[in-house]
Design a protein around this ligand. Sequence first.
Ligand SMILES: [Zn+2]
Ligand SMILES: [Zn+2]
Length: 286
Amino acid sequence: MNPPGKEIATPFHLRFWGVRGSIPVPGARYAGVGGNTSCVQVLSTGIGSPGSGEVVIFDAGSGIRQLGRDLVSRPNPPAVIHILFTHFHWDHVQGLPFFLPLYSPRTRLILYSAHPPEELRCVLAGQMRSPYFPVLFEQVGAKIEFRQISCSEPTQFGDLEIDAFPLHHPQGSVGFRLVHPLRTAVYATDHEHGDPGSQCGLLFKSRDADVLIYDAQYTPAEYPKRVGWGHSTWLEATQVARRADVKQLVLFHHDPEREDDAVQCIEDQAREEFAETLAAYEGLVL
Ligand SMILES: [Zn+2]
Ligand SMILES: [Zn+2]
């Protein structure tokens, strides 16, 4: 868990607002890594930087709450916000009702998933329906559009291109390959190894990536009792990173039971297998 170091001029950065899997975990023993569920912001000179007017976000776990506060505190909050959902498990959508820009009429919110637009709308409206939440999704202030992201054609976001591809997970999940002519990153959370088709696709999409963010929820010792739960291990992460020849591996979607010292221990072990490994933590910028 080394600090990210000095930021250098690169085509985009990634900021981690939530790195936990399954459910948020409060408490001092989790505070170093952070207890919020999945949310990663893409920062670039074209999209996501202060004043650029646009933001791209992967997943709306509880980490998106703090990101929303950050966005609205800017002198010129972004007018266009793109949120790409990997899938609809609760830890990836639960932060949206607490995302402040959702309530601003100045926000144009464009929401993407691999499912038809109406299905995406129904899922997000469902978690805000009575009696689960006091404000209906239909009553929020933002202007909302729903789009289906293709797994066969890349989608362009300014100077960034995003490619979706299927992962192996109960009820499905997709990974995102983020491409700029000078830098590539892959966001592959909620994926279980062992399915030849999706594993092959993941390796192909991760080839030579500068950053690979990978689902490392379990240890190899825990995994045999969790086969079929939809998650992978830190050891498998290092093997994918080595085979795909990525430059930096980021262990992500930490188990809610994993206290800070245990995450550090996993990072140390993973570095023996693949030296350029980091365990993700809230506030990390890469
Ligand atoms: Zn998850
Ligand atoms: Zn999931």
